[in-house]
Design a protein around this ligand. Structure first.
Ligand code: ZN
Length: 402
């Protein structure tokens, strides 16, 4: 997510502080794993589920798991082959908020230790207890590994438990419920370059539609800008413009994200690609105050190769505030960065706490000139080599030249 203008930075900092306060309020809830009998025994009966590549990407869906009162499911076990480059775990439920509670990799290391749930930013963001950062999400969550130059053993047998939480009187608390889990694994070698299919979804905002799109200078400039930004790390955007029906002009980004889910559902029938919805305005509301934001991704990363699901998309605002620079192309590129797995180089500093930085080795300092700075201004278009590696490890990337 990025805020809209320098003028709203102070306001957004205040909002972000509110989120952190809420997170601290929820973090006192201790969560322990369920007993082995709590889940669907068929999920891990007969040993680990083997993931086999027939192509660059392998997908594996597991039988639904039941979370008990602690919110933690019984484990699934799966085996990844030696050629695995990256793997994304997608958890999904009809309601509630999802994350990975625990994940032991092929070398026996805990990529996610369940103690993260008593950490400072739980249950929103795992920065302590997770080798690779994860962000919990309503309805559908994805966690990408690796997502930083830290050691992980992808080859071998993994064990994973999901976390399900429900909204109760203003808090997200562990709750029983059914959770579905899918693995999306990508086979190496790493791509030097790849094509990213993107559907620009026109919702009727500003009168833009697929017919007049070719003669809309602002839209065409935005496509050119986003294309140029991502080309620096070997990503070739393949943009198709579509009209979608039934999208609301104003979309609230909240902890429940019902409106984002409804928006993304309008793109379910489009050709396979990352759906980027251009709406009049995306906003966050705190204490009755609506604050516009430039855009929001359905996850970090978004769910790979899914269309129309709760996290399957990006929403970007078209409305501009008085005197605001037009950064539409930059906003699209920034949210695509999130959707493929990038966190902010640096988050907003809250109070006396130091700013939270990403886990990459080549995005030093605050990275204000980086595309993934939390409040990128016009001209903040830089992407580092390590950011490029993460982006190109996504299952969304199609090899060029094949
Ligand atoms: Zn952002």
């Amino acid at each position: 997510m990025i805020e809209r203008s320098q003028a709203t930075r102070r306001e957004w900092t205040r909002l972000a502080a509110g989120v952190f306060v809420l997170a601290i309020g929820c973090s006192s809830e201790a969560v322990a794993p369920d007993g082995d009998g709590a889940g669907d025994a068929s999920a891990d009966a007969g040993g680990p589920t083997a993931v086999v590549f027939g192509d660059r990407v392998a997908r594996r869906q597991f039988p639904a798991l039941q979370a008990g009162a602690t919110g933690v499911t019984a484990p699934i076990a799966f085996a990844l082959p030696a050629e695995t480059l990256s793997v994304t775990v997608v958890t999904e439920a009809a309601d509630g908020r999802l994350a990975v509670a625990r994940w032991r990799d092929g070398g026996g290391q805990n990529l996610v230790d369940e103690h993260w749930l008593s950490g400072p930013l739980a249950p929103w963001l795992c920065t302590q207890g997770c080798v690779f950062r994860q962000q919990s999400r309503p309805f559908e969550q994805a966690l990408l590994a690796p997502n930083a130059p830290r050691p992980a053993t992808l080859a071998g047998v993994h064990e994973l438990r999901a976390l399900h939480q429900a909204h109760d009187q203003g808090k997200w608390l562990p709750a029983s419920g059914q959770v579905r889990v899918e693995l999306v694994a990508v086979r190496g070698p790493a791509l030097a370059a790849g094509r990213l299919p993107v559907n620009l979804c026109l919702t009727g905002a500003l009168g833009w539609n697929a017919k007049n799109a070719p003669v809309l200078p602002r839209l065409q400039q935005a496509i050119a800008d986003a294309t140029q930004i991502l080309a620096q790390v070997g990503i070739q955007l393949s943009v198709a413009v579509h009209d979608v029906a039934g999208a609301a002009p104003l979309v609230e980004h909240s902890s429940e994200d019902n409106e984002l889910r409804d928006l993304f559902a309008t793109g379910a029938q489009l050709p396979l690609g990352v759906n980027v919805f251009l709406v009049e305005q995306v906003y966050v509301a705190t204490g009755g105050v609506q604050s516009p934001i430039a855009g929001i991704s359905g996850g970090i990363p978004g769910p790979p190769l899914r269309m129309g699901t709760a996290g399957a998309g990006i929403a970007v605002s078209l409305a501009l505030g008085p005197g605001e620079d037009d950064r539409l192309g930059l906003a699209i590129a920034h949210e695509l960065g999130h959707f493929l797995g990038l966190y902010h180089t640096s988050e907003a500093q809250i109070g006396a706490d130091p700013a939270l930085h990403d886990d990459l080795g080549d995005t030093p300092g605050d990275g204000e000139d980086n595309l993934m700075y939390w409040a990128p201004q016009a001209g903040a278009t830089k992407l580092s080599a390590e950011q490029g590696q993460i982006l190109r490890s996504s299952a969304w990337l199609q090899p060029i030249g094949q």
